[in-house]
Design a protein around this ligand. Structure first.
Ligand code: ZN
Length: 141
């Protein structure tokens, strides 16, 4: 895959991380790409996906945390650009927590890089076995 363009910048203090990333990819209409970021949060909301119950169990982290790594991809869900992001957070002692990013994470600072790829956007739909919205094409051998 080749990179069509790269968007690099910082998100505002107090912004909702997931909503901000979603807004950018919808505004720029990116249907195939990847996201990475570093920064810090004042409050974080992530989830752990329980494979037995097939539900996302939320986890919240209040107070300042470092965004040690944020990694995600951009594809299509319900006809719109959709971001799927996982995040690693570090506390004051260097302990690391993380999960599937949910709305509700508030930023202290965040530096983001978004790469848009050339090519057809991948689409998501619900897969019964996992209960997850996975890509309907692009299965690797
Ligand atoms: Zn996830």
């Amino acid at each position: 895959m080749t990179i069509k363009r790269t968007i690099m910048g910082q998100l505002p203090y107090g912004a909702d991380l997931y909503e901000s990333l979603s807004e950018i990819v919808r505004r720029e209409w990116i249907t195939l790409g990847r996201i990475q970021a570093i920064g810090a949060t004042t409050h974080a909301v992530v989830a752990y996906y329980d494979q037995q119950t097939k539900t996302y169990n939320p986890l919240e982290f209040s107070g300042g945390m470092e965004i040690l790594n944020l990694n995600g991809n951009i594809s299509i869900r319900d006809g719109n650009p959709f971001v799927h992001v996982h995040i690693l957070l570090g506390d004051a002692h260097g302990k690391v927590f993380g999960g599937h990013l949910l709305p509700g994470t508030k930023l202290f600072a965040c530096e983001v890089t978004i790469d848009e790829f050339d090519g057809e956007g991948l689409s998501r739909s619900k897969e019964e076995r996992t209960g997850l919205f996975l890509w309907t094409s692009g299965m690797l051998p």
